[in-house]
Design a protein around this ligand. Sequence first.
Ligand code: SAM
Length: 310
Amino acid sequence: MVQDRFNVKRSPSSGADSDDPCPPVARDRLCVLECVPPPGAGLEVRCEGALGCWREPPYAYYFFRQSAAEKALVSLEALGFHITGRYEMTYEQWQRLPSRTLDVGPFRIVYGPSEERGPSRLLKLIFLNPGLVFGSGMHPTTQLCLQLLGRIFCPATMTTVVDLGTGTGVLALAAARLGARQVVAVDVNPLAVQEAAANVTRNRLGERIFPVAAEGLSAVSRFGRLLIMNLEWRSLQAVLQTDAWRRFPYVLCSGYLHAHAQEVLDRLCGTHGHQANGELEGWGASFWVRRDCNLVPSARTRASEESAAR
Ligand SMILES: C[S@@+](CC[C@H](N)C(=O)[O-])C[C@H]1O[C@@H](n2cnc3c(N)ncnc32)[C@H](O)[C@@H]1O
């Protein structure tokens, strides 16, 4: 997902949403400074025009309004940051959002103001401000996960969910909309956790979705029956190399290209059985059920319908 590293998006709404807890990213040019922080440096840098920071070791990516970039660069260098890259763009150059809504699987993602909260009989609404982090709904891996979730989600057995690598929180929101009672939405990037939390509030799901800043699964202990992980390949590989995911009865994973599908299968098939698959633009996603779990009838029916269709 390298091309999406700077998945800089702004809300397509022109003004602030009336019930929006976080301000929309301004329609200014954006400057991203890629730097290697000095040892022990905190990530928070208070500078005029700062929009947020994205950590992807060994780098940190600082987002600024372009008008503030020169000052920011001087401040970061004075703090011992080694600047390794500078990227400038308009939000429009990075924004690949449809004008107002995007329908994926059983979901309608609404990017505009959340007053348009009108009920939809057919689609489950997700109100989203993609802000600066990954998870606008436009990436094939996100779409694959949304489609698979719509097909396999069973509210009776998937009551508790961990969304590892939540980004904007889009998949956590989707799981809650499908009926998950509690969702822990984890991201290593504090900016993602902040933006996911704002989206949770925007969707009035604060009693069911809990954003947490953490790396991997260490923060969730024994919580969760369904594990969703749409992670960059290196991160997915690292998590699959641990045993932490094996206790989950249900695993939905994405973030890998076709070339890595066999490695994912090899990792998962020891403990889990492959139930469903999706592919889009060379990306893969798959749904797995631990072999010692009984499939609930609805999930079993869906899975057998699917294999019959293949
Ligand atoms: C590809 S984005 C997916 C965002 C969203 N879930 C979606 O489907 O569009 C992956 C997210 O995982 C986070 N991430 C990567 N490695 C992680 C790890 N080991 N633990 C927690 N979060 C991680 C990144 O910061 C990023 O926000």
